[in-house]
Design a protein around this ligand. Structure first.
Ligand SMILES: [Zn+2]
Length: 334
């Protein structure tokens, strides 16, 4: 029998996993952090770097009889600032160990420089895909203005894909599931069939397969949607009963959710193919044909979507990329 979201939260709480929804200034709304009452006492994600988020984190921990100073382990699920903005403050106050994907540790430690490098990468990607320079630069300054909600953090416990994290009452196994971000990591309690998935799966919105630079510092443009679909297929095979998400309600039928996400991407891919088959277009032109003129803040999201679907079509041999001066155009193959 499938649990309701409320029953799922209740069952997670009985297993010592408590959802702490922390406010963010972003359109996504609150971010779900999780308190794991075990030894070590653990917080999974922190919320953004703001006084309001810190106050709420303190008061929600207080409701459960804990303080930030009591935390012994902090787990960071991925590199996005709504999830890790308070990480350095929490780690300093508590002296907690910080666990995160080892290959993301350098990225997390060099937040400011890497965020700048990421923005430059994004600008180059936007220009190469036909987004006008003024829009690309406007988006870069929006991204800079968001940066104060983030933070650097030193990872003291670098995790590998598949690594087991032992607690007094349980083990969690960490799995790398890139796609939404290159560092997405999920945490699996096999015994209780509870999966802490952060933004890898969200019930009410399709996680954006955002194109970010690779964690190894290379400049190659990753196929974020292709990677994300592969990651979802792996998670689909896990016998989870409860999936605790980074935003919104828990997921109690992740197989159905993943199937509908993959089917949705399949439909969108065909729409993109139709537009390319009509006439060669660049990614920005495809995005405009699909969504019209979107807000500047949405421009990179829609670009990531279109490029992701075009990647699927290129990999299937149905579409090819043609370099047209400074801009990449897609045209139907054969
Ligand atoms: Zn995220």
């Amino acid at each position: 029998m499938t649990l309701t979201p409320d029953q799922a939260l209740e069952q997670a709480a009985l297993a010592g996993i408590h959802c702490l929804p922390i406010p963010t200034p972003f359109a996504v709304g609150r971010v779900n952090c999780y308190l794991l009452e075990d030894e070590p006492l653990t917080l999974i994600d922190t919320g953004p770097n703001s006084g309001k988020a810190l106050d709420e984190l303190q008061s929600q921990l207080g409701e459960r009889g804990h303080a930030i100073e009591d935390l012994e382990l902090l787990i960071v699920t991925h590199q996005h600032i709504d999830h890790l903005g308070l990480a350095e403050i929490v780690a300093e106050r508590s002296g907690a160990e910080v666990a995160a994907l080892g290959i993301a540790a350098a990225r997390l430690a060099n937040f400011s420089e890497d965020a700048e490098r990421e923005d430059e990468f994004a600008v180059r990607l936007m220009l190469r895909n036909g987004i006008p320079e003024d829009v690309a630069r406007a988006l870069q300054s929006v991204s800079r203005s968001f940066r104060s909600w983030g933070s650097r953090v030193s990872v003291t416990k670098p995790l590998q894909d598949g690594q087991v994290i032992p607690f007094r009452d349980r083990v969690l196994q960490a799995f790398h599931r890139p796609g939404h971000s290159p560092s997405d990591t999920i945490f699996w309690d096999e015994e209780r069939r509870i999966l802490i998935a952060a933004d890898h799966l969200i019930a009410h919105i399709s996680s954006n397969p955002l194109i970010s630079p690779p964690l190894d510092g290379s400049e190659e443009r990753p196929q974020a949607l292709v990677t994300y679909i592969e990651s979802m297929r792996k998670t689909r095979e896990m016998p989870a009963e409860i999936v605790l998400s980074g935003h919104g309600e828990p997921i109690t039928d992740h197989v159905a959710l993943i199937d509908s996400r993959i089917a949705g991407h399949g439909r969108r891919k065909e729409k993109v193919f139709k537009l390319i088959a009509e006439q060669p277009r660049n990614a920005y032109e495809i995005a405009q044909a699909m969504w019209g003129n979107v807000a500047v803040t949405q421009a990179f999201l829609t670009l990531s979507e279109v490029i992701g679907h075009a990647d699927l079509l290129v990999n299937e041999g149905r579409v090819r990329e043609v370099e047209d001066g400074e801009v990449t155009r897609y045209e139907a193959a054969g």
